[in-house]
Write a protein that binds this ligand. Structure first.
Ligand code: HEC
Length: 191
């Protein structure tokens, strides 16, 4: 008798769980998935203005940090052309950042005479962007889709910030004043 009570109690419990759980699962499951898909489709077409603005701010912040660092390192640590150049440090830093996260960053030449053949504009965005920077723009950007996700691509001008740059890049002295000798190229997700 005791056992039977226990069994029927367990059965009632199980039945109760099924009855209670079942109606909750079905209607809830369908709706949000559908919404997510719609939302993702919308987002893929056009990221919101605020999201684009956030990515612009991220680029501006990174750009300031990198440029301040390059100048600081060159000023305080680079005394001869044998020293480890801030340019080399930047190229290595950007490579490591690009390989370890969602942001892709490159330091590229704008003079046609790079130290390293790899440090040049590689695609249409970078090539066209360099032209605009040489015409006087400080930065250019564009929203693009990469693997179905919106990204901000941006190119910011690198001028000959100090005399020491010419110590290693001798041809920088022939570049007209105010014209950039390079650029930093960013690809950051828009979220
Ligand atoms: C001690 C020598 C040295 C000094 C000083 C120096 N650079 Fe460089 N720079 C290099 C080297 C070496 C590379 C190539 C790094 C690499 O690809 O690993 C480079 C790369 C660059 C590049 C990428 C294009 C290219 O030529 O490969 C830019 C742009 C650049 N430097 C700008 C500057 C600026 C601006 C300054 C002054 C703030 C400066 N550099 C000072 C040695 C120097």
């Amino acid at each position: 008798m005791k056992r039977a009570t226990l069994l029927s109690f367990a059965a009632a419990l199980l039945f109760g769980m099924v009855v209670i759980a079942a109606p909750q699962i079905t209607p809830l499951a369908a709706a949000p998935v559908q919404d997510d898909v719609q939302e993702a489709k919308k987002e893929r077409k056009k990221p919101g203005k605020k999201a684009v603005e956030r990515s612009r701010k991220t680029v501006a912040m990174l750009d300031n940090i990198f440029k301040q660092t390059i100048v600081l390192v060159t000023d305080k640590y680079v005394h001869s052309d044998d020293d480890f150049a801030a340019g080399s440090a930047a190229v290595l830093l950007f490579k490591n950042i690009s390989e370890s996260g969602d942001n892709t960053i490159r330091l590229i030449d704008a003079t046609g005479d790079p130290y390293e053949p790899d440090n040049v504009a590689k695609d249409a965005f970078e090539k066209n962007g360099l032209k605009k920077l040489k015409q006087g723009e400080q930065s250019v950007d564009a929203v693009v889709n990469i693997d179905g996700k919106p990204h901000l691509r941006a190119l910011t001008a690198v001028p000959v910030v100090m005399q020491k740059c010419v110590m290693c890049h001798a041809h920088y002295k022939d570049v007209p004043a105010g014209e950039p000798i390079g650029a930093i190229s960013y690809t950051v997700p828009i979220e």
